[in-house]
Design a protein around this ligand. Structure first.
Ligand SMILES: Cc1cc2nc3c(=O)[nH]c(=O)nc-3n(C[C@H](O)[C@H](O)[C@H](O)COP(=O)(O)OP(=O)(O)OC[C@H]3O[C@@H](n4cnc5c(N)ncnc54)[C@H](O)[C@@H]3O)c2cc1C
Ligand code: SF4
Length: 630
């Protein structure tokens, strides 16, 4: 099969992007080998140094990677009747949805345990890392277990953490939280700071060297079930469907990948994961998952201000002014860059609050502004992060499949770290799969993965911090942080109370607009702060035009009657990419406009819409942001 896979041909994604490339793009990267082009930050940033990069600046031509065809469709191809084809089918041992740290760690581990197993990783981004956004300051514990020599070649090894600061901000002021007040596990000693996107690119290379098939540009769009109801694989998105549902000239149906086991590694709020949770009632016995929205930028800063390995976290202002909570991070990484971002907990009540604007205000704090002045923003993006902790971890295994990484939710919220736990969960699932296949099993429930995880170091780590998020959510930034600190210390000293606090879903926490006043945010200065649409252009987002809207509105009337009339249209403020707009003309019903081409796949609308009336689905393959080194 591997040799079949190496048959190179223009694939659907290649064709699609080729059309865009012919007319509009300034730069085209062409790759005709099995490995897709690994775009380094400089490929994008060279272009982004100008004031505002065009949406069409970069296109990636993937002219390969169409796997072997194994169905009657071959005959139809010969008749030239391409549009009538049934889906092509490819059997593998394991299919993994998502080339993030969880999915790639699982793929590598399976191959390490049994090189004979066929392992396939599907990734919706145009290349591995294109949709990855994180801080990141990374605990290497799982990397050390998976690939002990990683420091020799992995770009993450470039920048060990050298300094660690935690600032409590007030408007215009700051106080440093002394290290002794925080339990030892909060220390960043021994951690590394760098781009998670680049780490996944490197992991994908390691996986491919072991024989894993990594297919970027292939969103998994539908879960397949066998006659017993077990998951038997996934189908990828159809290509070449027009906005009205008709088939365009380049139409090709999605492919089916059948597997003995399917791992869901979609990250926070995966859309197929959401379906699995509902179908198998995976979260029946846990607290609801809750989230934050992280908005991030990369800046080149003047050399004299740059201190590689310096890691800063902040809490307090500006969210403290709006009865909301969250915090900022600013990491001095390699090549004169800082990665900075701001996470707003999505349980905020005031529907007038804008996480994007709160991030802009945060950058204006003198302590942050001083670092950025004289620098240049080079990238922008956003992504939801799990904040539910241990009590929100659902049942992990179901017939034929399992959740790994942030699809399940293993982020240690006070540490803002989920990469090491995501990887470890992937490795534990891989152990269970290798043993199951060796025992001749398939498509059954990997309950041993669930039980192994619950007695692993992931559990030890997350249990220590399980009440930190709920305490801050309940008592607010200052008091909540103090209680959370006491709780974490007591648990560290093994005298903690044996209970976990609960959560409420974020959408339920949104308040009615008549109970709040609109918030006046400052206008962007174009130097430190920016408007939303200019910012989106720095995410290099691109979606094929004329395709069905991937943001499905279940009930348009409900959107007007409730989202607009009761809650004053919070979608126009929570979306970090300006996708949603309300157009109000006198004498006419308000119009809900969805600019889906701007979507950066952060999943906030799916989480925060007060009526759960918006359903995020996968767009055509390769669409979405093209993050360089986020
Ligand atoms: C702002 C922010 C800051 C953070 N900071 C840190 C930090 O400093 N340190 C740290 O350790 N952690 C941090 N995290 C958390 C960390 O990024 C996550 O825990 C980690 O990325 C989870 O890995 P994952 O593989 O489960 O999911 P992800 O990294 O989200 O990867 C999922 C992959 O699956 C793909 N995918 C999704 N759906 C589909 C589909 N249907 N078909 C095909 N592909 C699909 C996505 O495109 C993506 O590539 C941060 C997160 C955020 C948002
Ligand atoms: S449309 Fe939804 S998923 Fe897309 S950027 Fe906006 S909030 Fe995020």
């Amino acid at each position: 099969m591997r040799s079949d896979l190496r048959r190179l041909r223009s694939d659907r994604l290649g064709l699609n992007l080729c059309q865009q490339a012919l007319g509009f793009v300034d730069k085209v990267l062409i790759n005709t080998c099995l490995t897709p082009p690994v775009l380094r930050g400089s490929d994008f940033i060279g272009k982004a140094q100008g004031d505002i990069p065009s949406h069409n600046t970069v296109a990636v031509l993937l002219t390969c990677r169409r796997p072997a065809i194994k169905s009657a469709s071959d005959r139809l191809h010969q008749r030239g009747d391409r549009r009538m084809t049934e889906r092509e089918t490819m059997p593998v041992d394991v299919v993994i949805i998502g080339a993030g740290p969880a999915g790639l760690a699982a793929a590598i581990r399976i191959k390490q345990l049994n090189e004979e197993l066929e392992v396939l990783v599907l990734e919706k981004g145009a290349e591995v890392g294109a949709h990855i956004l994180s801080g990141a300051t990374i605990d290497p514990r799982a990397l050390d277990e998976l690939l002990p020599d990683w420091r020799e070649t992995c770009p993450l090894a470039q920048t060990p953490v050298t300094e660690n600061h935690h600032w409590v901000l007030s408007k215009g002021g700051k106080r440093e939280m002394p290290h002794f007040m925080m339990p030892p596990f909060m220390s960043n000693d021994g951690n590394y700071t760098g781009s998670l996107g680049n780490l996944t690119r490197w992991l994908a290379e390691q996986a491919e060297e072991l024989g894993v098939q990594v297919f970027p540009g292939f969103p998994a769009a539908e879960v397949l079930f066998d006659e017993s109801g077990a998951v038997m694989g996934v189908a990828t998105q159809d290509m070449g469907v027009a906005a009205d549902g008709s088939h365009k000239g380049e139409y090709e149906p999605g492919m089916e990948f059948h597997a003995k086991y399917t791992l869901f590694a979609e990250g926070a709020r995966g859309n197929l994961t959401k379906q699995m949770k509902a179908k198998f009632a995976l979260d029946a016995d846990c607290e609801p998952q809750v989230y934050g929205l992280g908005i991030k930028e990369l800046w080149d800063i003047p050399a004299e201000k740059h201190e590689p390995g310096r890691v800063i976290h902040t809490q307090g202002w500006p969210l403290s002014e709006n009865d909301a909570w969250g915090g900022g991070f600013l990491y001095h990484q390699a090549d004169g860059q800082v990665a900075l971002g701001f996470v707003t907990a999505l349980d905020y009540a005031n529907p007038y609050l804008s996480p994007f604007q709160e991030f802009q205000r945060w950058k204006l704090h003198p302590a942050i502004r001083e670092i950025l002045e004289g620098g240049k923003r080079v990238a922008y993006g956003a992504r939801a992060i799990n904040e539910g902790g241990w009590q929100s971890v659902p049942k992990l295994a179901f017939p034929g499949g399992a959740l790994i990484g942030c699809a399940a939710g293993f982020v240690n919220v006070p540490r803002i770290k989920g990469t090491h736990t995501a990887m470890k969960s992937g490795m534990l699932a891989a152990d269970a799969i290798a043993a199951a296949v060796a025992a001749g099993r398939e498509k059954d429930e990997l309950s041993e993965y669930d039980s192994e995880l619950r007695s692993s170091w992931i559990a030890d780590e997350l249990k220590l911090v399980r009440n930190a998020q709920p305490l801050v959510a309940k008592f607010g930034g200052d008091l909540g942080t103090m209680f959370a600190g006491i709780d974490m210390w007591m648990r560290t000293l093994k005298i903690g109370l044996p209970f976990s606090m609960g959560h409420h879903p974020d959408y339920e926490e949104t308040g009615r607009a008549d109970l709040y006043s609109p918030i006046k945010y400052p206008s962007p200065d174009g130097k430190i702060t920016f408007d939303r649409l200019t910012s989106v252009s720095f995410s290099f987002t691109n979606h094929a035009e004329d395709q069905p809207c991937h943001l499905q509105l279940k009930d348009p009337e409900l959107q007007v009657e409730s989202e607009f009339e009761v809650f004053a249209g919070p979608s126009a403020r929570y979306c970090p990419a300006g996708v949603y707009e309300w157009l109000v003309e006198e004498g006419e019903e308000p119009k809900f406009v969805i600019n889906s081409q701007n979507c950066v796949h952060c999943k906030t609308c799916d989480i925060k819409d007060p009526n759960q009336n918006i359903n995020w689905t996968t767009p055509e393959g390769g669409g979405g942001p093209n993050y360089p080194n986020m």
